[in-house]
Design a protein around this ligand. Structure first.
Ligand code: SF4
Length: 348
């Protein structure tokens, strides 16, 4: 059962309510390099990114968002720290602001930002990170999930006091148990939609594991409305991992899912190479297809019967192609990738 959350509009999409859980990422280009930033956003969209966040550390960067917005089709979020003037500039062009109201300064400045968000009808995300808790909260709670929740609630109250409720909240930590605990605690206290993330999760393999465990636990408990995988890698990898997390939990169906066996002494075809090639060639395909690539009949027959398209390695090159759970012919081992790709392309 998914936690009931308030639905917040972000451009052409929604976060929360019954809206599909979305995958987002962040550019790592210089925002003032408008051409490169647009190129990266469009590339990320090709791989399945649904919402993009761009840092605006300066007024010049915030002004660049105008041209960026015109040349992309997914919702654009401006990431802003402290400076209300940057927030006011960015609000003119973007679909959401990521800014912590408690860090803006005096109340009149906060009010200006909130009024701009109301005026442009855009939501705000409050992003609490364990590493940057306010000093008094740190003094009271230390670096804990309780401290993160207290901090998020404080930011939320500032916005609510100004009659602003289009709020998304994240409570990120680099250690998984603290992050999980923070989201669990916060999810019981409000109905604001939650942006999940394990922050500073590390490079590709350790980062993928941390993100998958942290978000996987929460999503399987029904907590979370949008996700951002954080990796010290090309943001395309973040999008791919995000998609696979949702797909693994059955929360999204789009894209090609490959089931492949780990190989053993019974393996009759080069499963590892075939699986890798098929995964790479199908990365941008959005239609939902389940492909099984299995080295022998032991587990191969059952897996292929469950898949849309499958291949089972057989002795003496008697490899069987499956379509919709039925045997559809034999394939020479050198033609497996080509045959599978043709079947994937033709699959309806
Ligand atoms: S499917 Fe066959 S080849 Fe693959 S791991 Fe299982 S027993 Fe080994």
């Amino acid at each position: 059962m998914r936690r009931k959350s308030r639905k917040v509009k972000i451009g052409k999409l929604h976060i929360g309510g019954n809206a599909p859980i979305t995958v987002q990422s962040m550019t790592n280009t210089d925002t003032t390099n408008i051409k490169e930033t647009i190129k990266q956003i469009n590339e990320l969209e090709d791989f399945g990114c649904e919402i993009i966040r761009v840092s605006a550390p300066t007024i010049e960067a915030a002004k660049s968002l105008k041209e960026i917005k015109k040349n992309i089709s997914i919702p654009l979020v401006a990431d802003i720290h402290f400076d209300y003037k940057i927030a006011l500039e960015a609000a003119k062009y973007v679909d959401k602001l990521r800014i912590n109201p408690g860090n803006i300064g005096k109340e009149d400045k906060i009010k200006l930002v909130v009024d701009a968000a109301k005026n442009y009808n855009i939501p705000m995300r409050i992003g609490v990170n364990l590493g940057s808790l306010q000093y008094d909260i740190f003094e009271k709670y230390g670096y804990t999930a309780e401290g993160m929740v207290e901090s998020a609630l404080r930011h939320v109250k500032i916005l609510e006091d100004l009659d602003f409720y289009d709020i998304v909240v994240s409570l990120k930590a680099s250690d998984v148990p603290t992050m999980v605990q923070a989201y669990r605690l916060f999810s019981k206290k409000t109905d604001y939609p939650l942006h999940l993330g394990v922050t500073e999760a590390g490079s590709k393999i350790p980062g993928t594991i941390k993100n998958s465990i942290g978000m996987g636990i929460l999503l399987s408990e029904g907590i979370g409305d949008t996700i951002r995988v954080s990796l010290s890698d090309n943001p395309i990898e973040e999008v791919k991992v995000g998609k696979k997390i949702l797909r693994s939990l059955g929360l999204r169906k789009d894209g090609v899912e490959v089931t492949s066996c780990p190989t053993c002494a019974r393996t009759n075809i080069d499963v590892i190479k075939i699986a890798e090639e098929i995964e790479n060639k199908t990365e941008k395909i959005k239609k939902p297809i389940h492909v099984a690539i299995m080295g022998c009949a032991v587990n191969g027959l059952g897996e292929c019967k469950k898949a849309d398209i499958g291949i089972v390695g057989g002795v003496n090159n008697t490899n069987l192609l499956y379509k919709n759970g039925e045997i559809a012919g034999k394939v020479d081992k050198d033609k497996i990738v080509k045959t599978l790709m043709k079947e994937i392309e033709n699959f309806k």
